[in-house]
Design a protein around this ligand. Structure first.
Ligand SMILES: Cc1ncc(COP(=O)(O)O)c(C=O)c1O
Length: 460
């Protein structure tokens, strides 16, 4: 019930390893990922969508750690990236360029250049790429294009470099994903995607372009989409559009369904991945038989429940009606509670055996729990990891696990209040590896040490 995690004799284990031992060895706050849980989630998704022969592009933004990307690559994943930085990570993780999709609403000229020709990669000439040939690196498998302005830039830069860019047009289907408003992306008022009339115009305008080939369509209606129905509606919209475009003589080889498949932060709160796949398969299987390639870009469903954040209690403060458990991790390490009022199950990693939970449910049926807010050290009242929870008594120095923190945890961590970003650990069976060292103050200060004069010509 806790995915790759389990309480054994009251002690939280990740694979074969005690979480407390990891916290003692590596310090806190630290993200700990279970390789087994990532593998299980990937295989489950793969199996659910097998009738559509879906190609999976892992959404790197969910957890960009290189070793996590390598692990997913070893399972066969391509990568969905939204910046020049993520593109380089995907490539360093060993992903062939053809299996990288470059999405994102604000691609810069530099990023487009780097995605078309390795000589313009931000890593060109750095020791990081030793042994990998950037000079002869060509174009990514596809760009997911978000506006006609962007497509124009891709076409111009591809022409300038003498290469051909493959492009998928991101459609805004104007469908409400019924998720948190900050992660809703498929409504007409959202900045993402292109409306249907403009999509048709783009297909016509770029029909015989020398440097751009439009190979298909893309949509992504949001993240943590809690119901099947918005996907069904979106695919119906896209199916009609495909028919229309094909009728006008355009070839549509690929349909990218985006990501957004939910992960259960509490068991049972959303349908399983199989429910989404089962609803979409009948809508697409005939097209797949006729040669359509279907792609999906999952992030959360693969990583969320494969990671925990370990944080150590620094102080316990009694308020009038509850106690504040003040930890070294907070909104700077995991911003989801502050940003989206998101729920994460929190529990001490070592408890008497009778207090070991078997699920991530908010309400746990134990005696002796105390009303608590689990908060961080940051000077904001939004700095909480869990509010109004019933927790076992905990004291200074104890370690808590914040569950379901593998996706949009570390990748959204910040240095606010001058805290270094957490360490990351990958546990595979009994093998424990620090896959990202804790950020030190030295590296944080590096770019501020030597102010640099800039000569700017003024008018007067
Ligand atoms: C275009 C795109 N694809 C895929 C994803 C991954 O979403 P999720 O992690 O919910 O699967 C996102 C995340 O917001 C996205 O913006």
């Amino acid at each position: 019930m806790l995915d790759g995690f389990s309480f054994r004799e009251g002690s939280l284990h990740v694979g074969e390893v005690a979480a407390a031992a990891v916290a003692n060895a590596v310090g806190t706050p630290t993200y700990v990922y279970s390789a087994d849980a990532i593998r299980a989630a990937y295989r489950r998704l793969d199996k659910a969508f097998a009738p559509l022969k879906v190609r999976t592009h892992y959404a790197v933004k969910a957890c960009a750690n290189l070793e996590v990307c390598r692990l997913l690559r070893s399972l066969g994943a391509g990568m969905d990236v939204v910046s020049g930085g993520e593109l380089e990570r995907a490539w360093l993780a060993g992903t062939p360029l053809e299996e990288i999709a470059f999405a994102g609403v604000g691609k810069t000229d530099e990023e487009i250049r780097g995605a078309l020709d390795g000589r313009f990669s931000p890593l060109a000439g750095t020791p990081l790429v030793e042994g990998r040939d950037l000079t002869h690196r060509g174009a990514v498998g596809m760009f997911n294009v978000e506006s006609s302005s962007e497509l124009e830039r891709i076409a111009d830069i591809a022409t300038e470099l003498g290469v051909r860019a493959r492009v998928c047009i991101r459609v805004n289907p104007d469908v409400d994903a019924k998720t948190h408003e900050y992660i809703t992306t498929g409504k007409e008022q959202n900045k993402f995607g292109i409306d249907l009339p403009r999509v048709r115009l783009l297909f016509d305008a770029y029909r015989d372009h020398d440097s751009v080939e439009i190979i298909g369509l893309h949509f992504h209606i949001g993240s943590l989409v809690p119901r099947v129905e918005p996907y069904v509606r979106s695919v119906e919209v896209l199916n009609r559009l495909i028919d229309e475009l094909q009728g006008a003589g355009h070839g549509i080889r690929l349909l990218d369904l985006g990501g957004g498949w939910p992960a259960a932060y509490q068991e049972g709160e959303c349908p399983p991945i199989e429910a989404f796949a089962d609803a979409l398969i009948p809508l697409l299987e005939e097209r797949v038989r006729e040669g359509l390639q279907v792609v999906t870009e999952p992030g959360r469903v693969l990583l969320a429940n494969a990671g925990v954040l370990l944080t150590r209690v620094q102080h316990v403060k009694l308020g009038r009606s509850k106690r504040f458990v003040i930890c070294d991790g907070g909104m700077h390490s995991l911003i989801r509670p502050a940003l989206y009022q998101a729920y994460h199950f929190v529990w001490p990693v070592d408890v008497p055996q009778g207090l070991a939970p078997g699920t991530r449910a908010e309400t746990q049926d134990f005696e002796g729990l105390e009303p608590s807010d689990v908060v961080g050290p940051i000077c904001e009242s939004s700095d909480f990891l869990a509010r109004d929870r019933q927790l076992p008594p905990v004291g200074r120095g104890e370690v808590l696990a914040v569950f379901s923190a593998g996706a949009y945890g570390m990748s959204m961590a910040s240095n606010y209040n001058d805290h270094g970003r957490p360490a990351e650990v990958l546990v595979d069976g009994d093998r424990v590896r620090v896959v990202n060292e804790r950020q030190t103050l030295e590296t944080m200060l590096e770019t501020e040490r030597r102010p640099r004069e800039v000569a700017i010509q003024t008018l007067c």
